[in-house]
Design a protein around this ligand. Structure first.
Ligand code: BG6
Length: 300
């Protein structure tokens, strides 16, 4: 599937992006052959806020999420770039998830043969980004919707004259019928940083599968590229794959949601974050070079 828009498309899209209020725009990808299979990207942060497969929503968004662009949407798949976690130079998890400067460079396009749809979004350096992080970059985000899967791809180009490094995360919030009933496979034996504890101790995971029934904030370093989240509605599960990303993060704020102004009551039972992340090692992007990573979610 080609990622490049034709030059007339690009001209038209540049025009259509101009003066557009990102808080008013959602880009919807619809599968051409699968009934009610879609993905929706909100233009603040290019945050994917819905992924439906045969009409069934897989992504959690808080009922109290803020949509006016004053803060990142609570839920969906926020893109944490150029930093995952607390950041000395700017907001936690970087600026990409709250940026209003994302552009659509490829409007949703459906492949006639397969029905698969894709769209492409770009965030480039600007006065606002350079104030926090003085680098020249382009972050290209491709969303591909297939019948049973969603593929999220990022390509970060360094258009400056010096190398830079970064951490990154696809901060996916899954919508679950009850988080305590969910299981995450394939983490046993891995060392994780337990961010719920003072001093963030390193712990070896002994649980298999992992079941989340309390405040959890664990960064599994150098983890295998696949794990499975089971216990979804109708007994289905989602296979999660990552490429170019070393780590998985499992997060559920549990009763701390009471301190979060954008989380509704009992939201901790309706969501679980399993995040494809680059955190244990900084990714280097050389001058003129590129760093790419992807995350694929497949219903099974
Ligand atoms: C997770 C982090 O990825 O995101 C947590 O591991 C953090 O430490 C959580 O609390 C949510 O972050 P935020 O900034 O969206 O509240």
């Amino acid at each position: 599937m080609g990622n490049t828009a034709s030059s007339s498309d690009t001209r038209r899209l540049k025009k259509s992006n101009m003066n557009e209020d990102p808080t008013l725009r959602k880009v919807i990808l619809r599968h051409g052959k699968s009934n009610d299979t879609s993905a929706t990207v909100f233009m603040v942060g290019a945050t994917l806020v819905s992924w439906k497969v045969d009409g069934k929503e897989k992504i959690f968004v808080s009922n109290k999420a803020i949509w006016d662009g004053t803060k990142p949407v609570r839920g969906g798949v926020p893109i944490c770039f150029p930093n995952f976690g607390p950041w000395n130079d700017g907001p936690q998890h970087g600026f990409a998830r709250s940026s209003k400067e994302w552009k659509v460079v490829q409007e949703p396009q459906v492949d006639q043969a397969t029905g698969d749809a894709h769209a492409v979004f770009v965030l480039a350096d600007s006065d606002a980004t350079r104030k926090l992080w003085n680098k020249k970059f382009e972050l290209r985000y491709t969303v591909i919707l297939k019948t049973k899967s969603l593929q999220l791809i990022v390509d970060v180009s360094n258009s400056g004259r010096e190398a830079f490094d970064l951490t990154f995360c696809f901060h996916t919030y899954f919508k679950v019928p009850r988080s305590t009933e969910c299981r995450i496979s394939n983490l046993k034996g891995l060392t994780y940083t337990d961010k719920t504890k003072e001093g963030w101790p390193e712990v070896v995971e002994t649980r298999d599968p992992l079941q989340v029934d309390k405040f959890t904030d664990s960064v599994y370093a150098k983890a295998p590229d696949t794990c499975v989240l089971s216990g979804l509605a109708d007994g289905s599960s989602i296979k999660l794959s990552k490429a170019g990303l070393d780590d998985w993060v499992v997060w559920n704020p549990w009763h701390n949601i009471s301190k979060m102004s954008d989380m509704h009551e009992d939201a901790h039972l309706e969501m679980l974050c399993v995040e494809a992340t680059q955190n244990s090692r900084r990714a280097n992007v050389y001058a003129g070079g590129k760093w790419s990573a992807s995350h694929t979610l497949t219903v099974q």
